[in-house]
Write a protein that binds this ligand. Sequence first.
Ligand code: UT7
Length: 333
Amino acid sequence: MTQLLGVALRGTGSCLPARVVPNHEFTDALNLDTSDEWIRTRTGIRERRFAGLGETSATLGTAASRNAIDSAGLTADDIDLIVCATVTPDLMCPSTANLIQAGLGCRHIPAFDISAACSGFLYALSVASQFVRTGAAKHTLVVGAEVLTRTTDFTDRNSCILFGDGAGAVVLSGTPVLNAGIRMIRLYSDGTRQELIQVPSKVTPNPPPGPPQLQRLDYLRLSGREVFRFAVTRMVELIEQAEIDCRELGLSGIDVLIPHQVNQRIIDAALESSEFPSEKVMVNLDKYGNTSAASVPIALDEALRTGRCKPGDTVLLVAFGGGLTWSSALIAL
Ligand code: UT7
């Protein structure tokens, strides 16, 4: 009989490219019809990071993973599984997780990618945690890594100002205490609304749907206004469901909420509807923009490193994005 284990969050790490791109570069360097004021007031973003030459989801993911393994007090040899969430893999094949495995010098462990856009990290967390819970893996590495600026149309002011590059990673480890660590993960999808956010590739049927100016095959396509409404509605549902989950699991409540770092106005609208206190929310989108699958683990790592959350806290992670997908995780630190 399989002995079920608790799944502890043992370490976190992140890696951001060095190149900082402030809002004014979109007007000064790219001649775009926008302004620092518009971007700040409509999104909350002040700057983001762009991957430099040679930096990819795999290199950023490998560096974030090294930091997570160090903070867990482990070595690459201890890792039994790598799951990487990305929609901007270095290659269609092999997976980014394979490249990270090689970069870290891990043993011949299973390594694979998950594609669930901005919810990807929570989907990956769910898969990896089940390996740990059943005892199939003792220590697993879960990575969110993206270079979305490589798929961005820099003539489209509606989308190009939103995104940044980076990676975050966590190490999950088995613990004999069943009620420790990850307490609940909820995952959802609605493929009927797939057209709202798309990142096409070489294998996408041609011509893709959408306005002619966005028909270059590898450009991200986004219906910002519709995604905005979807994101607020789902974030409210996820918070309210998590509050119910807390009561049912005997947790005293949510100490820190770490949402997908997408738009300050989305976060504010969801907090207002759900009456969730804004002082309990971790936000760093002003510095990094929307890094898709990397946004939640980067914010989680920063929250832990800066003391924004501490051992004993209950943390709620929520994410939503292309698919459409939405997701949450309740973790007792
Ligand atoms: O992680 C999931 C992916 N993320 C998203 O999908 C983002 C979700 N959506 C959003 O964050 C917001 O919808 C945006 C930031 C994309 C847009 O903000 P908004 O308040 O929803 O603006 P809007 O689309 O309603 O556009 C308002 C106006 C439009 O002009 P008109 O038609 O009123 O003349 C846009 O053309 O703002 C214009 N606009 C801009 N103006 C200056 C759109 N982008 C810009 C810009 N600079 N960068």
